[in-house]
Design a protein around this ligand. Structure first.
Ligand SMILES: Nc1ncnc2c1ncn2[C@@H]1O[C@H](COP(=O)(O)OP(=O)(O)OP(=O)(O)O)[C@@H](O)[C@H]1O
Length: 272
């Protein structure tokens, strides 16, 4: 018989979170959980509150009420050190002259591995031997190791996005928050990225990912949480016939077409 103690705690458990920014309530009591190896897509139209919710869960902005628990306990600086976070739309080097490898290595500063010497979960993906080697491995895992020595500021938007994902992965996170990581990334790179997410999932890492379009990640997503105007309107398995525009709340305005299917089918991409 299963007792409550047999059930592993959620990696993140946000309950009834309310957030106000500049006097306006943006999130009106939203909840989300992610368990080991679970990939949760956070979706919804522009301005529905996705980024605000992610920023609250990683501790970047405070909740007015409600709770965010990490790894089964109230969030602490130590438990936040176990998170990886790729914010939305920032440039990888922040205007500072730095190579892609240096930007990724900066992700190790203050990481728990540096402090505790814990081994890397992602053996084979991020070997723990030294920061340089780990940074190379993280770049390899997102398919851009050949760009390691390049000036980050001169990389394309999509390439910079992958540098930032590598920077989050090099910390060997137990839980990864990604805010629109597919924005500006070409289809081939999205497939590569999906392989990386599949690898993390297999190793028990939880992933909360803000998406406008499911694309190549469709088969990896366990649950979709849909926000509309600061409220959760759906939380459950993504519908079977999920196309890139199929979810409720898909009301963002930029014009786009479904990406072309490489084999003439409907996004029939082979994933791990
Ligand atoms: N610092 C801020 N101060 C005041 N209001 C803010 C601030 N940041 C965001 N907002 C507002 O909060 C609401 C939710 O914004 P948020 O960026 O969380 O939405 P989103 O769902 O991530 O949108 P998008 O899909 O466009 O990225 C918007 O109305 C936005 O204008």
């Amino acid at each position: 018989m299963t007792t409550p103690t047999d059930v592993p705690p959620s990696l993140v458990e946000a309950r009834d979170v309310r957030v106000s920014l500049q006097g306006t309530e943006i999130l009106h009591g939203v909840s989300l959980t992610a368990a080991h190896g679970e990939v949760v897509a956070l979706m919804g139209g522009n301005g529905s509150g996705k980024s605000t919710f992610v920023r609250t869960m990683v501790g970047a902005i405070p909740a007015a009420s409600g709770t965010v628990r990490l790894f089964g306990a109230a969030a602490t600086p130590q438990s936040r050190a176990r998170l990886g976070y790729v914010p939305q739309r920032i440039t990888a080097s922040g205007g500072v002259a730095a190579t892609a490898l240096e930007v990724v290595m900066s992700g190790l500063l203050g990481s728990r591995d540096e402090r505790t010497g814990l081994g890397a979960r992602l053996r084979g993906l991020v070997p723990p031997r030294d920061a340089r080697e780990r940074a190379h491995a993280a770049l390899r895992s997102v398919g851009i190791e050949d760009l390691a020595a390049r000036d980050c500021a001169r990389l394309s938007g999509g390439q910079q996005q992958r540098v930032l994902i590598a920077r989050a992965l090099v910390r060997d996170p137990d839980l990864l928050f990604l805010d629109e990581p597919m924005a500006g990334v070409d289809l081939e790179s999205q497939v590569q990225f999906a392989h990386t997410i599949g690898h993390l999932k297999e190793h028990g890492v939880g992933v909360v990912i803000v998406l406008h379009e499911i694309g190549p990640l469709a088969r990896l997503i366990d649950r979709a949480v849909i926000l509309e105007q600061g409220c959760v309107t759906f939380d459950g398995p993504p519908p079977k016939d999920l196309g890139v525009h199929a979810l409720p709340g898909h009301d963002h305005e930029h014009p786009h077409e479904d990406p072309p299917a490489p084999d003439g089918g409907t996004l029939g991409l082979e994933l791990p």
